[in-house]
Write a protein that binds this ligand. Structure first.
Ligand code: TXA
Ligand code: MG
Length: 357
């Protein structure tokens, strides 16, 4: 039995029209407690007023998100930060000056004005200033900070287009602002600042090297390079899988490019022998090696250009769901620069199904 089904509206926001009536109306929807999906420079977000406990609860419901997974609060500028966080350290000032607006989320203490539902009662609140004209105009039009996770069903790949948002959330939210494809294709970097050394909780659009150039040494949370953010034994395809299509993913990881292709081809033949349909996620450099064998082959970008891979990653994973394959055999990429974020998402999508070459 379906309850409370909404009729989700989609409104296109043309470049240059961010301050027009469409975004103004979307701001009013947020102020009134509604849910609005919108583009950012990373992925599409699902927004609600961060000051409205019930509206934020609605995000968790629409996504099927566990209540203990906190949200990111989006504000329109560093100048607004002081309204919500009384103590702004020099480190925060420095990071904001370098990376805001942009794909860096800071986990801060003292966000007591936000209801506990925003942060899962953690006592810290994650905040960022997005670098997308529609996102910024929406926050201003709403006149309140906007809590927004990625606008996908919990556990699945994040949306990088308005169509992806509708695939996941049609009928569950009020409005989608369509501002074209999100640029980066992977989410913001999440940085915790409570200890002596800053800790990257989730790699993303700002790389460790960029952070270190500003801050000095930063640590990577141990969960970043693992399949699970939890110490419990992994359970492939189960609770700790994220960013994952419905089809199981097997990740082939290592430095030996030829070795990876060989291993994937061998595994693909095994699948065919078992009567299974093979999906292969590769890069443009290797694409030809898999052609002509009846596999569903999707190439993201170039192996040495992680930005091109990031931009196509989620769309590619979603594509396999439409192509009825039994498993996706995915090539790992070098975990450098944006590649660290790509590998983190692939590891989580594979939920521990990793073959080291
Ligand atoms: O690029 C992005 O960050 C996108 C766009 C929409 O801004 N948002 C996004 O949100 O990816 P979401 O909810 O999918 O991911 C938020 C991440 C989660 O891993 C969450 O656990 C972490 O940030 N997070 C949020 N608040 C936190 C907190 N107080 N402490 C630690 N981690 C937190
Ligand atoms: Mg997400």
């Amino acid at each position: 039995m379906e309850q409370g089904r909404l009729s989700t509206r989609v409104r296109v926001v043309e470049p240059g029209a961010e301050d027009g009536p469409v975004v103004l109306e979307a701001g009013a929807v947020l102020r009134a407690g509604g849910l609005v999906a919108f583009p950012t420079e990373t992925v599409y977000g699902l927004g609600a007023s961060a000051l409205d406990e019930q509206a934020v609860a609605g995000i968790f419901k629409a996504k099927g998100r566990p209540a203990d997974n906190p949200l990111i609060v989006h504000i329109d500028s560093f100048a607004s930060l002081g309204q919500y966080f009384p103590l702004i350290t020099e480190r925060v000032r420095l990071l904001a000056a370098h990376f805001w607006p942009g794909p860096l989320t800071l986990v801060l203490k003292g966000g007591d004005r936000f209801p506990a539902v925003v942060s899962g009662g953690l006592g810290t609140v994650a905040v960022r200033v997005p670098a997308h004209p529609v996102a910024l105009a929406l926050i201003r039009a709403a006149g309140v900070p906007v809590a927004a996770p990625s606008a996908n069903v919990s556990g699945g790949p994040s949306p990088t287009t308005a169509a992806h948002v509708l695939d996941d959330l049609d009928g569950r939210i009020d409005l989608v602002l369509d501002g074209g494809p999100a640029g980066l294709g992977v989410e913001s970097t999440v940085l915790a600042l409570s200890g002596a050394l800053p800790v990257i909780l989730r790699p993303g659009g700002v790389t460790p090297r960029q952070l270190e150039a500003v801050l000095g040494p930063v640590k990577l949370d141990p969960a970043v390079n693992g399949a699970s953010g939890d110490a419990k034994p992994r359970s492939p395809g189960m609770k700790y899988t994220h960013y994952a299509p419905r089809v199981p993913v097997v990740l082939f990881d290592g430095d030996n490019r030829a070795g990876i292709v060989k291993r994937i081809l061998a595994e693909a033949e095994n699948m065919v022998a078992r009567g299974q349909r093979v999906g292969i996620l590769t890069c443009r450099d290797n694409e030809l090696m898999y052609q002509g064998r009846g596999y569903a082959v999707i190439a993201t970008g170039w192996r040495d250009d992680p930005g091109s891979i990031a931009a196509a990653l989620y769309e590619s994973l979603r594509c396999f769901d439409r192509r009825s394959v039994d498993a996706i055999l995915a090539e790992g990429v070098p975990a450098k620069g944006l590649g660290l974020a790509v590998m983190n998402r692939l590891l989580r999508a594979a939920g521990g199904n990793v073959i080291k070459i």
